[in-house]
Structure formats: structure tokens, C-alpha cells
Design a protein around this ligand. Structure first.
Ligand code: PLP
Length: 382
């Protein structure tokens, strides 16, 4: 994993030097504009849409964290995805991992198709031969997400990227769930990493943000041009908060993932649980890939309760520490009911076809004492 260990990068990564007062953390620079010495003489920053000292400190840290050379911090994860899609020419063909984030699906289906004539095809990227066969003259991008939500299917990132490269097709990995702590897609051959930093980078459920990161200097120039042109940037306040969160990424992720493994094993052995989806379990069909590609099984566990929607409602009511909420990635444990939340736009039949039942629950396992989380689940399952 690169030259510096991820825990050290999370604290010291990038260029966080405060050129004004040598402050130990980068100050929040709210200035919209920066004074020029004279005509034609520019300092490091000119106008904050283009670059800003706080955002710069955070972006350079993010780039190093993901083993890239450039990161742009955006107003949300979706803004980062939109930025990546803006790289494409009109009428491009894009292959997207089945089960990708709902917002990604909406962006392609309800926006990009209409505004840019994008042709979008959803394929299981693990069927590599079929994916390769689907590549056409105008195929420009393969959108990878691993693990997926909520069933935590993995994609062999190195294999897909190698194949894509052969055909001159760009690859972007939504690395939101795993985070750089678990896997670094650029090291596995990806051209870009997209992040919702609202999740594990921010880590405290108090900021919405995103990032697009690349290891390719040419792509960096193109992304920076689009960012400057479109302007969906992270504010200095948000950049500060996310960078503050990022500093503890290593200790948080370690606890999140340890707790998740213990909880997945506990649920798998419970008689009131039908099935558990967790890449860190031997029963996960891609456990070997998980061991090859990720540092752990990750911080998210999904499972299916025995019973019906009423059983689920009773379960949710009884949980004390696991709170029902959209999103994930905070220090507090969260529960998500996929059927009525992330997958609400699908019919029951469509959902069941992909394995999401009324009784499927997703846990974003927090950093609380695992004993307390287990007794919370024990009580709710009882
Ligand atoms: C949350 C999320 C997004 C979107 O990010 P926002 O910050 O909410 O815009 C994209 N991908 C995944 C996997 C997510 O979990």
C-alpha cells in the first residue's frame, strides 16, 4: 500500500501547510478572492471556485489517500459522479455495475440520457466475457461499484480495469462503501475513484461532500477544467469538516470493520435470521476476492429476518443503538430498510428479483462497544 501507511496519510497526507501562520491544521479560508501583487502576477489562489486554500489542503490529502495525483472535492457525492459523466462525449455508451447506487442510476436514466444521449447498459461486471463482448465503438466508461448496496456484491476491480484498458475504455470506481482503508482502486488499475465523503471520510454524519480522484495527470487536467466550468465545489467549511473527519479514518475504519465482522458472524448463527450478506464471511460467494482485494469485509452488513414487514417494524422499534436512518458511515450504528428507503422506487417483484426483500435490513455498523451492539440485536431479535 504505497510508500506511506494509510493511517499516516490520513493524518498528514497531501499539502496541509498553512502558509499564513503555520497553523497545525489548515484554517478555514472563506475568502472568495485573493489579492494579486500586480497585473499578471498571481499568487497560489485567485478565486475560490477555481482553488481555495482549505479545499486545496483537503484535496491533496484525499488524492494521496487514494493513491492518486489529483482530487477535486465536490458539493456532494452525486456532484462528483456528475463531474465524471461530464468527461464523456455526446452519445457515449456506458456500462454500469448492476446494483449500483440509486442516485447513480437516476443520474444516468433521468438526466444524462436526455441531455447527452448517453446509452447506458447495466451488467454484472463479474461476468467479464459478457462485459467485454458488450464493448462497442462508442463505449467510453465502465462504472464500477464494489461492494454494492445492500447485498454487498464485489467486483474484481483489477480484472475489469485491465480489460477496459485494453479497449481504451475509462474506469471509475465508486469507493464510498469500502474507502481507501479497505481498497485503493487506482492501485488496482482504475482511472478514477469517486467518493461520497458524506460517509466514511467525513465519518460523523455532519457533512455532505464528494470527490473525484485520478492518478492520471491528463485526466486530472480535464477534470479540473470541468470542475472550474461547472463549479459544484465543496465549501471551505465542508472541506475543513471532511478533512477533520479523515484524520481519524484509520482508527474508525478498524473499529467499524472489526465490529461488522463480529456482528455478521453473530447474525449468521442466529435462528431468526434467514441469510447474511457480508464479504468477510466464509459463506459469502466472493470471500476469496474479498481477501485478495480488501483489507477486511468492510463496515456494512446486510441480512434478512425471518418473518414479514411487521417483524421488521418490531425489530426496528426494539433497537436502541441501531437507529433507522438514510445514509451510512457515521460513528453511530445505523439501520436501513432497503425496500422502503434506497430501493423504494422499485416494485416488490423487481426488488425480490435482485434479492432485496421486505425483510432485508442493512446495518452500517458504528464504533460503539460491540458487546452493546450485539445485546441490542439480541434484544430486538428475541
Ligand atoms: C451516498 C452515496 C452516493 C451519493 O453521495 P452523496 O454524498 O449523498 O451525494 C454515491 N454512492 C454511494 C455508494 C453512496 O453510498
Amino acid at each position: 500500500m504505497g510508500d506511506k501507511r494509510i493511517a499516516t496519510i490520513a493524518v498528514h497526507g497531501g499539502d496541509q501547510v498553512d502558509k499564513g501562520h503555520n497553523a497545525i491544521i489548515p484554517p478555514i479560508a472563506t475568502a472568495s478572492s485573493f489579492i494579486q501583487e500586480n497585473i499578471g502576477e498571481y499568487g497560489e489562489h485567485r478565486y475560490s471556485r477555481v482553488s481555495n486554500p482549505t479545499r486545496y489542503a483537503y484535496e491533496t490529502a484525499l488524492a494521496e489517500l487514494e493513491a492518486g495525483v489529483f482530487a477535486t472535492a465536490t458539493a456532494s457525492g452525486m456532484a462528483a459522479t456528475a463531474l465524471a459523466v461530464e468527461l464523456l462525449d455526446q452519445n457515449s455508451h456506458v456500462i454500469v455495475m448492476t446494483g449500483a447506487y440509486g442516485g447513480t442510476f437516476r443520474l444516468f436514466e433521468q438526466l444524462s440520457k436526455r441531455t447527452s444521449g448517453t446509452e447506458v447498459e447495466y451488467l454484472n461486471l463479474n461476468k467479464l466475457e459478457a462485459v467485454e463482448a458488450a464493448i462497442k465503438e462508442n463505449t467510453a466508461l465502465i462504472w464500477i461499484e464494489s461492494p454494492t448496496n445492500p447485498l454487498l456484491e464485489l467486483v474484481d476491480i483489477a480484472a475489469v480495469c485491465e480489460m477496459a484498458k485494453k479497449h481504451g475504455v475509462l474506469t471509475c470506481v465508486d469507493n464510498t462503501f469500502a474507502s481507501a482503508w479497505n481498497q485503493r482502486p487506482i492501485e488496482l488499475g482504475a482511472d478514477m475513484v469517486m467518493l461520497s465523503t458524506s460517509k466514511y471520510i467525513g465519518g460523523h454524519s455532519d457533512v455532505i461532500g464528494g470527490a473525484l480522484i485520478t492518478g492520471d495527470p491528463e485526466l486530472a487536467k480535464r477534470i479540473n477544467f470541468i470542475k472550474t466550468t461547472v463549479g459544484a465545489i465543496a465549501s471551505p467549511f465542508d472541506a475543513y469538516l471532511a478533512l477533520r473527519g479523515m484524520k481519524t479514518l484509520d482508527v474508525r475504519m478498524q473499529r467499524h470493520c472489526e465490529n461488522a465482522q463480529i456482528i455478521a458472524e453473530y447474525l449468521e448463527a442466529h435462528p431468526n435470521v434467514v441469510e447474511v450478506h457480508y464479504p468477510g464471511l466464509k459463506s459469502h460467494p466472493q470471500h476469496a476476492l474479498c481477501k485478495k482485494q480488501m483489507r477486511s469485509g468492510g463496515p456494512v452488513v446486510s441480512f434478512r429476518l425471518k418473518g414479514d414487514l411487521d417483524t421488521v417494524k418490531e425489530f426496528v422499534r426494539k433497537c436502541k443503538y441501531f437507529v433507522l436512518a438514510e445514509s451510512l458511515g457515521g460513528v453511530e450504528s445505523m439501520l436501513n430498510h432497503s425496500a422502503t428507503m434506497s430501493h423504494a422506487s422499485m416494485t416488490k417483484e423487481e426488488r425480490e428479483n435482485i434479492g432485496v426483500y421486505d425483510t432485508t435490513l442493512r446495518l452500517s455498523v458504528g464504533i460503539e462497544a460491540v458487546e452493546d451492539l450485539i445485546s441490542d440485536l439480541e434484544n430486538a431479535l428475541g
